[in-house]
Design a protein around this ligand. Structure first.
Ligand code: GDP
Ligand code: IMO
Ligand code: MG
Length: 443
C-alpha cells in the first residue's frame, strides 16, 4: 500500500505545496484529486520560486508519476502553459498522466464565472474567476466535456459545439454579454487536443497498480476543508470536495486504499475571498501576519485575510478528514508577537460552542473565546529540530496537538525545504513539555 492523503485543514494556502515537495522523495505517484487552476502552490525548487496551479508538484522529481485525477477540472490552455514553463526550466513533463474522465474548463466557463460574480454584486463569493464553479455545474448537469472527448476529433467537434452553443445562450440571454466565437474556440480546442492527447490515460489503474506493488501514493489536496462544497462554509466555498473523501471519488480508489491522512494547518489562519472568519484580525496584528507571512494569493494576487488559529475549526477538520497527523506551517511568522492567541470556543449569546456550529448564522456572528500564550520573540527560521525551538514555541505546538487530538509530525519554519522539523513519534516528543496553560482555560 500506503496511500497518503495530504489535505488542507483551513481555507486553503496552508503550505500544502511545500509539504508535498517535502514528502516527494518517498513517493511513486503524486495525484491531484479535485479543484483546478484556482489552486496555487508555491514551491522553492533549486533556489527558484515555482508557482504551480494544476500540475502536481511531484513533477519536479523524475521518479514520480504525476497524476491529474478524474475529480480535477482541467483548463487546457493553463496546463499546456504550465507544461511549457516547466520544460523551459529543464523539468520534463513526460511522467504526467491526465485522467480520461477529468472535466475540461472552457473559455465560456471562465466568462460565466466572472458574469455570475458581477451579477451578485456585494453578495459575490470572491471566486478566483477561473471557471471552476460553472465547470463542476456542467459536470453535475451531465453536459460537460471530458479529457477523453479530446481523443476523437469527431466527438470533440460534436460535443464541443453543443456545449458552446448552450453556454452562449446563457452568456447572451441571461447576462446580455457578447457571446463567444464558437469557431475560434473550437480551433483553440483542436490545438490543445493535439498537445494533450498523449497524456490522457486510465489514471485510476495507474494508481491502483502502484498501490498493489506496495509503492507510496500521495493524494495531494488543493484548497482546504473549510472550502469543501459539502463540509465547508457554504456558500463561501469552492465547488469540489478537498476533504479526504474526495481523494477516493476524485481518483478512483476506495477508502481502504488510504492509510494516512496528513492535515496541513498554518500556525495561524488565513482566508481569500468572502465569507465569515471569526478570528480575523482586521487590525495591525492581521497586517503584521500578512506582511511577514507574505499573505498574497498565489493565483489572483489578492491580499489574504489573516487571523489567529481557530481550534474549533481545526478539530472539525480533524474529524471530517479522519486526519492521522498534522503538519503545522509558518510557525516562524508568529515569532514577532509578544502574546499569541488561539480560539478554543465560540460564544453566541449565552451559549458556548465547542464544535463547529450547525447553523451558519451562529458561525457568522459568534465571538471567539481565546486563550493567551506567551510568544517566544526570537527568530526560529533556522531550527531543524524540536530542541532548537524555544520552550514557548514548543508549548504552542503542544497546545495545537492537544486541541487537535492528533500528533504534530511536521513543523515548518520557513518556505524552504530545509526549514522544516520532522518529529519522529510526534506526540511523545512533544509531551515532554506539558501544556502550560491548561489551568488558565476559561472554560
Ligand atoms: P498551498 O496552496 O497550500 O500550497 O500554499 P501556498 O503556496 O498558496 O501558500 C503558502 C505560502 O507560504 C507560500 O508562499 C510558501 O512558500 C510559504 N510557506 C510555506 N511554508 C512556510 C513556512 O513555514 N514559513 C513561511 N514564512 N512561509 C512558508
Ligand atoms: P490552494 O490550493 C485559497 C477560494 C476563493 C473563493 C472560493 C471559491 O492554493 O489552497 P473558486 O474559484 O474555487 O470558485 O472560489 O474559494 N479559493 C481558494 N482560497 N486557496 C485556494 O487554493 C483556493 N481556491 C479557491 O478565493 O473564496
Ligand atoms: Mg495556494
Amino acid at each position: 500500500m500506503p496511500g497518503i492523503v495530504l489535505v488542507g485543514a483551513q481555507w486553503g494556502d496552508e503550505g500544502k505545496g511545500k509539504i508535498t515537495d517535502l514528502l516527494a522523495d518517498d513517493m511513486h505517484v503524486v495525484a491531484r484529486y479535485q479543484g483546478g487552476n484556482n489552486a496555487g502552490h508555491t514551491i522553492i525548487y533549486q533556489d527558484k520560486v515555482l508557482k504551480l496551479h494544476l500540475i502536481p508538484s511531484g513533477i519536479l522529481y523524475p521518479h514520480i508519476i504525476s497524476v491529474i485525477g478524474n475529480g480535477v477540472v482541467v483548463n487546457p490552455a493553463v496546463i499546456v502553459q504550465e507544461m511549457d514553463e516547466l520544460n523551459e526550466l529543464g523539468i520534463s513533463t513526460e511522467n504526467l498522466r491526465i485522467s480520461h474522465n477529468a472535466h475540461i474548463i472552457l473559455r465560456c466557463h471562465e466568462v460565466l464565472d466572472g458574469l455570475s460574480e458581477e451579477s451578485r454584486g456585494s453578495f459575490g463569493l470572491g471566486t478566483t474567476r477561473r471557471g471552476i464553479g460553472p465547470t463542476y455545474a456542467d459536470k453535475a448537469m451531465r453536459v460537460g466535456l471530458r479529457m477523453q472527448d479530446l481523443v476523437y476529433p469527431r466527438i470533440l467537434e460534436e460535443k464541443g459545439r453543443l456545449l458552446f452553443k448552450l453556454k452562449n445562450e446563457m452568456i447572451a440571454g441571461l447576462y446580455q454579454a457578447p457571446p463567444l466565437d464558437i469557431d475560434e474556440e473550437m480551433e483553440k480546442l483542436r490545438h490543445y487536443a493535439d498537445r494533450l492527447r498523449p497524456y490522457i490515460d486510465d489514471t485510476s489503474l495507474i494508481i491502483k497498480s502502484a498501490l498493489r506493488e506496495g509503492k507510496n501514493v500521495l493524494f495531494e489536496g488543493a484548497q482546504g476543508t473549510l472550502l469543501d462544497l459539502d463540509h465547508g462554509t457554504y456558500p463561501y466555498v469552492t465547488s469540489s470536495n478537498p476533504t479526504a473523501g474526495g481523494a477516493c471519488t476524485g481518483t478512483g480508489v476506495g477508502p481502504r486504499d488510504i492509510e494516512e491522512i496528513i492535515g496541513v494547518s498554518k500556525a495561524y489562519l488565513t482566508r481569500v475571498g468572502s465569507g465569515p472568519f471569526p478570528t480575523e484580525q482586521s487590525n495591525e496584528i492581521g497586517e503584521a501576519m500578512q506582511k511577514l507571512g507574505q499573505e498574497f494569493g498565489t493565483t489572483t494576487g489578492r491580499v489574504r485575510r489573516c487571523g489567529w488559529l481557530d481550534t474549533v475549526l481545526l478539530r472539525y477538520a480533524v474529524r471530517i478528514n479522519t486526519m492521522t497527523s498534522l503538519a503545522v506551517t509558518k510557525l516562524d511568522v508568529l515569532s514577532q508577537f509578544d502574546t499569541i492567541k488561539a480560539c478554543v470556543r465560540y460564544k453566541y449569546g449565552d451559549e458556548l460552542f465547542e464544535e463547529f456550529p450547525v447553523h451558519q448564522e451562529i458561525f457568522s456572528r459568534c465571538e471567539p473565546v481565546y486563550v493567551d500564550m506567551p510568544g517566544w520573540g526570537i527568530d526560529i527560521s533556522e531550527a531543524t529540530t524540536l530542541e532548537e525551538l524555544p520552550p514557548e514555541a514548543r508549548s504552542y505546538l503542544q497546545f495545537i496537538q492537544e486541541e487537535a487530538g492528533i500528533p504534530v509530525k511536521i513543523v515548518s519554519v520557513g518556505p524552504e525545504r530545509r526549514q522544516t522539523i520532522v518529529i519522529d513519534g510526534g506526540e511523545r516528543r512533544l509531551e515532554e513539555r506539558k501544556f502550560l496553560f491548561q489551568d488558565d482555560l476559561p472554560l
